[in-house]
Design a protein around this ligand. Structure first.
Ligand code: MG
Length: 158
């Protein structure tokens, strides 16, 4: 079979709120505020999930895990990512690499980068070298109260 590739892009944002635990990339991070929303608010994993689903033309996170379905309230986003990766693998796709960008004021991602990379790679079942975690502060965007995540994934098969 001729080698094939697919690319997928994901984007998500969540607002910070007090009294909420902060989940990023599948790990809980010590921080005064967390990301509010459907499930655990893990903005990075939501973007990764959408990138995977986009690459295989399988809709988006809301298609598979409707936010109005009580079953997914407070769900761990690692469940969503594992499901999306499994769907892709089921169609014979391998993840060549994943590149992500977080845009947020706090917490600083530098000290967390390696842990995030290993966590996301573990959920996807690939080595850490295939995962990139980048971060920017939202200069000029006025989004200090939110976290934004972008993800791009490349799949290959054949
Ligand atoms: Mg989300």
């Amino acid at each position: 079979m001729k080698p094939e590739i697919r690319i997928g892009a994901g984007w998500d944002s969540h607002a910070f709120a007090p009294g909420v635990r902060l989940w990023l990339g599948g790990i809980e991070i010590e921080h005064p505020q967390g990301l509010a929303g459907h499930s655990d608010g893990d903005v990075l994993l939501h973007a990764v999930c959408d990138a995977l689903l986009g690459a295989i033309g399988e809709g988006d996170i809301g298609t598979h895990f409707p936010p109005d379905d009580a079953k997914w309230r407070n769900a761990r986003s690692s469940v969503f990512v594992r499901h999306a990766a499994q769907l892709a693998r089921g169609e014979g796709w391998e993840i060549a690499n994943l590149d992500t960008t977080l845009i947020l004021e706090q917490p600083r991602i530098g000290p967390l980068r390696e842990a995030l990379r290993e966590s996301v790679a573990g959920l996807l079942g690939i080595e850490g070298g295939r995962v990139s975690i980048k971060a920017k502060t939202p200069e000029g965007l006025g989004t200090a109260g939110a976290a934004i995540a972008q993800a791009t994934v490349l799949l290959q098969r054949g």
